[in-house]
Design a protein around this ligand. Structure first.
Ligand code: SF4
Length: 280
C-alpha cells in the first residue's frame, strides 16, 4: 500500500511554539502545571506528564511554582488570579489568539457589540468572553441561535471567528445575523494554519488515486474533527489518535491511503501511523 500525505498537516506554528516552550521549561528544571491540555492531544499531554509538567483543570489545583497557560489562551483575569496566589506564569498563548483578545477589546471600546462565532465551551472562546459583561457580546454557532436574537437593537456589530473554524460552514450563520443588523463588520480571525490543513485535506479527498483516508488527532481536537468531516464527504475516512487505533480491515482492497493530521498532532505520531499502515 502506498501512503500519500496531505500537502499540509499536523502541528501549526502556535502549537509548535507552545510545545517547545513547555519542553524547554521542563528541560531547564522548571516545575509547573498546565491549565487544561497544552494542546488538544492526549499523547502530547502524556509526554508533558513524563517531563514532570502535569495537566490540571483549575488554578486552585496547582501545587507547583509555575502555571502554564495553553496555546488557546485564557481570560485576562486568570493572569491576575495566578499571580495573586503566588504563581509564576509560563504563557504559551498563540499570537493569533492574542490578536483577537486585542482586537475585540478595541472594538468594545469603540462601541461595537461583539459576536463570537464558535463553540461557547471551547477554551479559546471562554478566554475571549469570560471577563466581559454578558450584555456586551453573543456567542453564536447555529442559524437558530443567530435568528433568535434581535440584532437591530445594536447600532454596530463586530464578528469574530474562533480561529479554528471553517468559515465557509458558518457563512449561513453570519448571513442570518447580517440580514437583521444595520451595521456589521467581520474581523478576519480564521487561522491560516487551520485553513491550509483543511484545503490540503480537500485535495486529498478529491484525489482519484486514494481509496481511504486516515485523519490523526486528539479526541478533543475540533480542527481534527473538521478535517475528518471534509474527508468523509468524498472518501472512506477514519479518525484515529494513533497507530493502535488502526483497524487492518479498513485497508482491505486499498492501494493508496491518504494521511492527514490535526494541528495538535505531533510529527512522531504521524510517522508511527504511517509505519503501522506499511505493516498491513
Ligand atoms: S491553529 Fe492557528 S490560532 Fe490555533 S494555535 Fe495554531 S497557529 Fe495559533
Amino acid at each position: 500500500m502506498k501512503v500519500k500525505r496531505a500537502e499540509k498537516y499536523g502541528f501549526c506554528s502556535g502549537v509548535r511554539i507552545a510545545d517547545l516552550k513547555v519542553k524547554r521549561f521542563a528541560a531547564g528544571g522548571g516545575r509547573g502545571a498546565i491549565l487544561g491540555q497544552v494542546v488538544h492531544n492526549e499523547r502530547v499531554v502524556e509526554d508533558m506528564e513524563r517531563l514532570g509538567v502535569r495537566t490540571v483543570e483549575e488554578i486552585a489545583a496547582v501545587a507547583e511554582p509555575t502555571i502554564v497557560f495553553s496555546a488557546h489562551g485564557v481570560p485576562p483575569s486568570f493572569h491576575e488570579r495566578a499571580k495573586s496566589v503566588g504563581l509564576k506564569v509560563l504563557d504559551t498563548t498563540c499570537k493569533f489568539v492574542y490578536d483577537i483578545h486585542r482586537e475585540s477589546k478595541e472594538a468594545l471600546a469603540a462601541g461595537y457589540h461583539l459576536v463570537f462565532i464558535g463553540d461557547p465551551k471551547h477554551r479559546e472562546v471562554i478566554g475571549y468572553t469570560n471577563d466581559l459583561d454578558p450584555s456586551t457580546y453573543h456567542i453564536v454557532s447555529t442559524i437558530e441561535g443567530a435568528s433568535g436574537v434581535d440584532w437591530s437593537m445594536y447600532p454596530k456589530l463586530k464578528i469574530f471567528y474562533q480561529t479554528t473554524l471553517n468559515a465557509e460552514e458558518f457563512e449561513d450563520v453570519v448571513r442570518a445575523i447580517e440580514k437583521r443588523s444595520a451595521s456589521i463588520e467581520r474581523a478576519d480571525t480564521i487561522c491560516y494554519a487551520t485553513k491550509e490543513n483543511q484545503d490540503a485535506a480537500r485535495v486529498l479527498a478529491l484525489d482519484p488515486e486514494i481509496d481511504v483516508i486516515i485523519i490523526i488527532g486528539g479526541k478533543k481536537s475540533a480542527n481534527t474533527k473538521h478535517l475528518w468531516e471534509i474527508c468523509r464527504e468524498r472518501k472512506r475516512s477514519y479518525l484515529v489518535q494513533g497507530a493502535d487505533d488502526l483497524d487492518p480491515g479498513w485497508f482491505e482492497g486499498a492501494e493508496v491511503v491518504g494521511v492527514t493530521a490535526g494541528s495538535s498532532t505531533p510529527d512522531y505520531v504521524i510517522d508511527e501511523v504511517e509505519q503501522r499502515i506499511a505493516t498491513f
